[in-house]
Every structure is written in C-alpha cells, then in structure tokens.
Write a protein that binds this ligand. Structure first.
Ligand code: F1P
Length: 343
C-alpha cells in the first residue's frame, strides 16, 4: 500500500478508528436511554457530515421518524423543516466547529427546547461536543488530512449503532468485534481494485449509485472523487440512473453500484443495462447480494448481520486517492478546501 500521504495513512487507519468508537459506545447507558425513548430524530451536518446524516436518517427511519438537513438549511429554510416535535437532535461534525452545524444546533435547541442533543464528533472539547447533552466521541477519528475518511467510517458506525438501539435491539450483542478485522480485509481487497481503476486514465467519468441508506454513501463517494481528483463525478438513487443520467454512459465511464442486499434482481438488470451502454461497472456488496450480478469489477463485503456500510467506504476513498496521485494532485491539499469551514 502507498504510504506517502497523510490521507492514505488515515484511510488505512479506519479499522482502529472503528474499534475505538465501538469501545466508546459499548455499554453507554446514556446513549441507550436517550435513543430507546425517542420517536423523532433530526440529523444535521455539512459536506461529508451531511451525507452521514442522510445515511443515519435512512437507518433510523426503519423504526422511528427521522429527517436529515444540511446545517445551513436549518436557519435559511426553517419554515420547510417537517412540522413535527423532535425528541433527539443529532449534529454530526468531525471538527465540531463547522459554523453552520453549530449554528443549526443552537437554532434547533431553540425550536425544540425539550429535545436532547446527541452530538457525534471526532473532536473532544469542540463546540458540538460542548453543546451535546449526550456526546458521542470518535476518539481515533480526528484527521490531519482535509478530506474525511476514517472520521467518516467511524462516525458512520456510531450511527449504525444508534439505529440498532432505536430499533429496540441490543446493539452490544451485535458482532461488532469482528468489524475492525473485516475493515482490514476490505481495505486490502479494495486497494487492489482502486489502484487499478485509479490508474486507468481512459476512465474520465465516475458515477455512484445507491438506494435507501446507500444513497448517502453514494453521495459521499461522489464528494471524495470531487475533492481529491477535481474530476467529473455524480451520484444518484440507483434506479434513477435510467431516467436521464444514463445519457452520459460510455466507455469512458465507471459506474459503481452499491448493492443493498434487497431487490437483487432489479440491481442485476440495472447493471446489465449499464454494461450494454458501454460503461465499466464496479459492484460492491455481500456474496448474497452479488448473486448473479455481472459487474466488470466486484468488491465482496463480508456477510454480517447487520452489515456495516463502513465496509463499502474504502473502495471510493482509495479510488479518489489513487486517481488524485495518478493526476499529479496532492490528496492531502485538495484545491480550494480547508479542514473546517467557519465564518
Ligand atoms: C465537514 C466538511 C467536510 C469537507 C471539508 C470541510 O466538516 O465540510 O465535509 O470535506 O473537510 O469540512 P465537519 O463539520 O464534519 O468538521
């Protein structure tokens, strides 16, 4: 594995970050009490952290009422927030200092004074950490790099943990202890495919498709490619691709489909149609979801119950990294970006 940038070290550090956040959560009675007694959640974040909010909200909607909002929209379009009373506000922020997320959290506290703030951050002592009634810290998620990688994966696992608790399951009984080693295995498998595809410069367009909780993952994949490679990249709900976006598909296009382990036949037909258009396909999923899907490249995710979307992250994080290096860019110093947006 290439070890010349902070970013690749942090991508490869995600198993440890996942293990550390799980240790934080194990047996945390405060988190369990807040989540298991709640029926309505509002998740808020910016950039990668907003895409985490999308995935977290989709998972929480399986057993509760949940909505995700970009930080700025909370105070710019307040009247368009769902007219429900909110029990738990979940601000998500690696730095804990993004101005919109901090301001949104304070705004939501004013709107829902009885709500509990359950902030998820990688930075102890940050504004979000201080604003939280029940904070969740990802102790090994903080990064020197600008783009979010292990911070994303570790905070994603925290959201998956919360969704299990909200569903009334004993999250501590879930076989989380094998997740860090599964993450190590996936990093090795993804590195082979990502380094090959990253160096194939005839691939000029990157499309990511995901449904349900995987849509937030597809949006994050797009953002990683945008931030690190400055290239052409898009993300859609999987079957939306046929409704216009497929017009761009050609032999210079890589379409990555995250398979959710449901409606396998529909996804197999979609991948076959995309192949017919001449695009290269990369399918990411468990053995059972891969089934008879005929992708040009496959990343098999270890079968776990429940699966963790963090295992689908390394492929696009590494793809962005290797394409950036191939393009002569510095993934540690992405153009126009800084670690934290404050104003
Ligand atoms: C989120 C964020 C990142 C982006 C860049 C600037 O910050 O917008 O998504 O890649 O690093 O910060 P945070 O609120 O999660 O700290």
């Amino acid at each position: 594995m290439n070890e010349t940038h902070v970013t690749i070290d942090e991508i490869n550090g995600q198993p440890e970050a996942i293990e550390a956040v799980l240790e934080e959560l194990a047996g945390n009675e405060d988190v369990a009490t807040v989540v298991s007694n709640a029926s309505t959640f509002c998740l808020v974040g910016c950039g990668t952290s907003y895409f985490l909010s999308l995935t977290g909200s989709a998972l929480l909607n399986e057993s509760a009422v949940s909505f995700a909002v970009p930080g700025s929209e909370v105070f710019i379009a307040q009247d368009q927030l769902p007219s429900v009373s909110v029990d738990v506000i979940i601000p998500i922020s690696r730095s804990g200092e993004s101005t919109e997320t901090v301001r949104a959290t304070e705004h939501l506290q004013g709107m829902y004074p009885d709500a509990t703030v359950l902030g998820i951050t990688c930075t102890a002592g940050s504004s979000i950490h201080e604003l939280s009634d029940v904070p969740i810290l990802s102790p090994a998620g903080a990064e020197e790099g600008v783009v979010m990688t292990k911070s994303y994966s570790s905070m994603l696992v925290a959201l998956e943990y919360l969704a299990l608790v909200a569903a009334g399951e004993d999250a501590d009984a879930t076989a989380w202890d094998s997740l860090p080693s599964d993450s190590e295995r996936i990093l090795e498998a993804a590195d082979v495919v990502a380094s090959e595809l990253g160096s194939q410069t005839d691939i000029e367009k990157f499309v990511f498709l995901g449904s349900g909780e995987y849509y937030g993952l597809a949006m994050e994949a797009m953002l990683k490619l945008e931030e690190m490679t400055l290239g052409w990249t898009k993300a859609y709900h999987s079957l939306e691709f046929r409704h216009g976006p497929q017009s761009i598909a050609d032999d210079n296009t890589l379409v990555t489909v995250f398979l959710p382990g449901r409606n396998t036949g529909m996804h197999a037909n979609l991948v076959a149609d995309i192949t017919e258009l001449g695009a290269t396909t990369l399918v990411v999923g468990t053995e059972s979801s891969l089934g008879d899907v005929t992708g040009d490249y496959k990343i098999e995710i270890p079968d776990r119950n429940p699966t963790s979307l963090s295992l689908s992250a390394p492929i696009f994080q590494l793809l962005g990294y290797y394409r950036a290096v191939e393009s002569g860019l510095d993934p540690d110093e992405p153009k126009n970006l800084s670690q934290v947006v404050t104003f």
